[in-house]
Design a protein around this ligand. Structure first.
Ligand SMILES: *Cc1c(COP(=O)(O)O)cnc(C)c1O
Length: 384
């Protein structure tokens, strides 16, 4: 498929554009488990839908185009994608993870992969010297998110990739918060990109999906093998829904960001608010790096209410913004990282990485921004 220069166009025409046979502008949902074979070993490239399905393939080509990678893979969830990627490693290997990775990524390493002798270590990936010194023999990969969940910690992906490349380690980037519309880690030197497509890529809070993208032939071959062997694939209907959602990613994110900027600036002005974590604020620590490596700050904001404001009351008084896990949908969602998304991280580690009990994470939706701000204003007022 041709590559388009402008990602807004690739979102709509990338991957497999429509259906050649009928002219349908959308890729059909190939709701089939198997395919008729003309004779022994003679088929049209598809044998069984765990191994290959045309609807899934259209999505896999689309995400590869968008991330400027060569190979895409679609999984049943973001965690299935991450798990498949971590299955590349062997007993005795170690993965370095940045301080604020997604709770589920931490959990799968801490509780599942550790059982097979694949270990992890948490490092501050912004300290390049520390990172370089941590890359011992058994370390095989560095796993980062930027901006990272939930404090929006920005990591210089290019700088980290220079360190990992020099030492022959893989760099894995979870690009869920940015999506390829805003940031393309492979072009910054990453080896593997993973996504929870459940979030912005899907965009409508109506499906669970995961994606992975690579550039390297050998790595792709291993990942396709793992995908087929372990079977955590995305179903055709969900692949269709995801392609459909991704077509509007550009317009959605433009609006998400416009709203997030207004909300972050408003929060910054409130006496009730202690800290605002948003990479779009010039005062934010990672602002310059974010500007350099991404085409926008995204629409995820975290903030802390001062002591004396009751977190339960705040959540209880919200009328428009929904208290829920997840993010990246058209509707504004709010969550309490300490007891929700990051509850699987032990309290002492949570404290170490700065996830306090007063911390609130907001996924700014595409509703009217004045309505979002009014809802926050009211809930903060009544939380005292
Ligand atoms: C949600 C999320 C995941 C996990 O994805 P699922 O689709 O829920 O399995 C991974 N990384 C990040 C950053 C996420 O927000």
């Amino acid at each position: 498929m041709d590559k388009f220069n402008k990602i807004s166009t690739t979102l709509i025409h990338g991957g497999i554009d429509g259906d050649e046979r009928t002219g349908a502008v959308n890729v059909p949902i190939y709701q089939t488990s198997t395919y008729k074979q003309e004779g022994l070993g003679k088929h049209k490239g598809y044998e069984y839908s765990r191994t290959g399905n045309p609807t899934r393939e259209a999505l896999e080509k689309l995400i590869a185009d968008l991330e400027e990678g060569l190979y895409g893979l679609a999984f049943a969830s973001g965690m299935a994608a991450t798990t498949a990627v971590l299955t590349l490693f062997e007993t005795g290997d170690k993965i370095l993870i940045s301080k604020n990775v997604y709770g589920g990524t931490f959990r799968v390493l801490d509780k599942i992969f550790s059982q097979f002798g694949i270990h992890y270590e948490i490092v501050d990936t912004n300290d390049l010297e520390l990172l370089e010194n941590s890359l011992s023999e058994e370390v095989k990969a560095v796993f980062i998110e930027s901006p990272a969940n939930p404090l929006m910690t920005v990591t210089d992906i290019k700088a980290v990739s220079e360190v990992t490349k020099k030492q022959g380690k893989l760099l894995i980037v979870d690009n869920t918060f940015m999506t390829p519309y805003l940031q393309r880690p492979l072009t910054l030197g990453a080896d593997i990109v993973v996504h929870s497509a459940t979030k912005y890529l899907g965009g409508h809070s109506d499906l669970i999906a995961g994606l992975a993208v690579v550039n390297d032939d050998a790595l792709a071959k291993k990942l396709y093998f793992i995908q087929n062997a372990t079977g955590g694939i995305l179903q055709p209907f969900d692949a269709f829904l995801l392609i459909r959602g991704m077509k509007t990613l550009g317009v959605r994110l433009d609006r998400h960001q416009e709203n997030a900027k207004a909300v972050a600036e408003w929060l910054l002005d409130q006496d009730a608010v202690k800290n605002v974590y948003y990479p779009g604020l010039t005062t934010f620590e990672g602002y310059e790096i974010q500007r350099k490596q991404a085409d926008g700050p995204g629409a995820m904001i975290s903030f802390e209410l001062n002591e004396g404001y009751h977190i339960e009351k705040f959540f209880g008084e919200l009328k428009l913004i929904t208290l829920a896990e997840s993010l990246g949908g058209v509707e504004s969602l709010v969550c309490h990282p300490a007891s929700m998304t990051h509850a699987s991280i032990p309290e002492e580690i949570r404290k170490q990485v700065g996830i306090s009990n007063q911390l609130i994470r907001l996924s700014v939706g595409i509703e009217n921004k004045e309505d979002i701000i009014a809802d926050l204003k009211n809930a903060i007022l009544l939380a005292k």
